[in-house]
Design a protein around this ligand. Structure first.
Ligand code: 9MR
Length: 387
C-alpha cells in the first residue's frame, strides 16, 4: 500500500516536471511561438553584437537579425574606397551560426552617406554614368561578399516623401528616378538567390502608399526582381489606426510581394509639435517634463496600454500571416532603442519587449500566447477565416 502511494506521488511529480519541461509558456521563445506564422526578428545595434548577455537573449528569442547601423555605406566605407568589414563579418557569422534569417540593411539610402562617394578626385560631382558605376561597385562588393549568407537585403530605403514624390537624394539628383531599378538589378546580379526588398516608413499614408504600389508594379512589369515590401512600423500607442494598417498590408499583399514589418517599435511618449523639434526649439522646463514623463519607470497603467497595443498590432499581423514573412523589432531592449533620441534627444522611452535590465515585459508572454489563441482573441479576425 505504502509503495503504491509512493508510486502514485512520484508519477504525479514526474508528470509535473515533464509538464514544466514542455510547457510552451516556459520553454518557448517568441520566434518558436511564431514558427509556423512568420520569422520574428530583431535589429542588432553596433554595441549589441559585442554584448554577450544581449546576444544570448537574441539567440533565444529571435530567428532573424537585421544590421541596425553598421552595414550602411558611411559605416562600411567611411574613408575613400576602403571598406571595413569587421562588424558585418561578425554579424553575418553569428547569424549563420545560430541559423537565423540574416537581413542586410541597407544598400541605397539618402542618409549615412560618406561625402567621398559623391565627389570625383578633383572635387567635381560624378556624372550619372559614374555614379551608376560606383553604385554597382558598392552593391557588388557588399552583396557579393555575403552571397549565399545574407538571406535578404533592404535594397532601397525611404525613397519617397509623404506626398508621393521621389525624395531628393544624391542618388535621385544625379542618376534620376531609375536609380531604384538599377539598384535592384545590381543586387540581383550580385546574388541571384537573395531576397530583395523595398523598405519605408509611413506606408499607411495614402499618397506614399500609392507611390510605392506604383513602383512595385513598374518593376514587376519590367521583370526587375522585388520580393517584398518592408513596412517599417515605427509606431505609437495611437498611430497608426489598426484598420488603416490592415488595409495597407492587404494592398501590398495583393501585388504578389511578401510583406514584412521590418522595424517595429511602439513609443509611449508624447509626440512633440513641429515647433518643438529642431536644435533651436525653446522648451521650458514644465513642457520638457510633459514631453519626457517617465524618466524613472513606466507606470503600470501605461504598461497595460503598451501591452494591449502590441497585442492589437499582432492581431492584424496574424490575420495576414500568409502574406507576412517577417516581423522584426527595431532593437532588443529599451536601453539601446533609437526612440530615446527621436524625435527629441535624451528622453526615456519604452518601445520594445525587453526592459533596460533585459527582462521581458508582460507583453512578451502575451504575444507568445496570442500566436496560438489569436483566432479566438482578436477582434479583427473574430470568426472570419484567416486571409
Ligand atoms: O536605429 C538606427 C540608429 O541607431 C542610427 O543612428 C540611424 C542612422 O544610421 O538609423 C536608425 O535606423 C533607421 C533605419 O536605418 C531606417 N529607418 C529608420 C530608422 C530609425 O531612424
Amino acid at each position: 500500500m505504502k509503495n503504491l502511494i509512493f508510486n502514485v506521488i512520484s508519477a504525479a511529480a514526474f508528470s509535473t516536471v515533464l509538464a514544466l519541461a514542455v510547457s510552451p509558456a516556459l520553454a518557448e521563445g517568441l520566434a518558436d511561438a511564431y514558427q509556423d506564422k512568420f520569422h520574428i526578428g530583431t535589429a542588432i545595434s553596433p554595441g549589441s553584437l559585442f554584448d554577450k548577455e544581449v546576444m544570448q537573449l537574441v539567440n533565444a528569442e529571435f530567428n532573424s537579425v537585421t544590421a541596425e547601423t553598421n552595414m550602411k555605406l558611411r559605416h562600411l566605407a567611411a574613408s575613400q574606397r576602403t571598406y571595413d568589414f569587421n562588424w558585418s563579418d561578425r554579424f553575418v557569422a553569428q547569424g549563420l551560426a545560430n541559423k537565423q534569417f540574416v537581413v542586410g540593411h541597407t544598400l541605397i539610402w539618402h542618409r549615412s552617406l560618406p561625402a567621398w562617394f559623391f565627389q570625383q578626385p578633383d572635387g567635381a560631382r560624378p556624372s550619372r554614368a559614374q555614379l551608376l558605376a560606383s553604385m554597382r561597385q558598392h552593391i557588388y562588393t557588399l552583396v557579393g561578399r555575403y552571397r549565399g549568407q545574407v538571406n535578404g537585403w533592404d535594397v532601397v530605403n525611404e525613397a519617397f516623401n509623404f506626398d508621393g514624390a521621389f525624395r531628393s537624394s544624391p542618388w535621385l539628383d544625379i542618376i534620376g528616378e531609375d536609380y531604384i531599378e538599377h539598384a535592384f538589378a545590381f543586387a540581383h546580379q550580385a546574388d541571384p538567390e537573395a531576397e530583395l526588398y523595398y523598405n519605408d516608413y509611413g506606408l499607411v499614408n495614402p499618397q506614399k502608399q500609392e507611390a510605392v504600389v506604383a513602383l512595385i508594379k513598374r518593376m514587376q512589369k519590367k521583370g526587375i526582381p522585388v520580393h517584398a515590401v518592408g513596412i517599417q512600423g515605427h509606431y505609437s500607442l495611437s498611430y497608426p489606426d489598426l484598420q488603416t494598417l490592415d488595409n495597407t498590408i492587404a494592398r501590398f499583399a495583393k501585388l504578389g510581394v511578401k510583406v514584412m514589418i521590418s522595424e517595429l517599435d511602439v513609443s509611449v511618449l508624447p509626440f512633440p509639435g513641429p515647433e518643438e523639434r529642431g536644435e533651436d526649439a525653446e522648451i521650458d522646463s514644465k513642457r520638457a517634463q510633459q514631453l519626457d514623463p517617465y524618466p524613472e519607470q513606466l507606470p503600470d497603467e501605461v504598461m497595460s496600454q503598451f501591452t494591449q497595443r502590441y497585442v492589437d498590432l499582432f492581431c492584424v499581423f496574424l490575420k495576414h500571416h500568409a502574406a507576412i514573412s517577417r516581423v522584426t523589432f527595431w532593437g532588443v531592449s529599451d536601453a539601446r532603442s533609437w526612440r530615446n533620441d527621436w524625435p527629441l534627444t535624451d528622453r526615456t522611452d519604452y518601445p520594445l519587449l525587453f526592459d533596460r535590465e533585459l527582462k521581458p515585459k508582460p507583453v512578451h508572454q502575451e504575444l507568445i500566447k496570442l500566436a496560438s489563441s489569436y483566432q479566438k482573441v482578436c477582434p479583427l479576425t473574430g470568426n472570419n477565416k484567416d486571409e
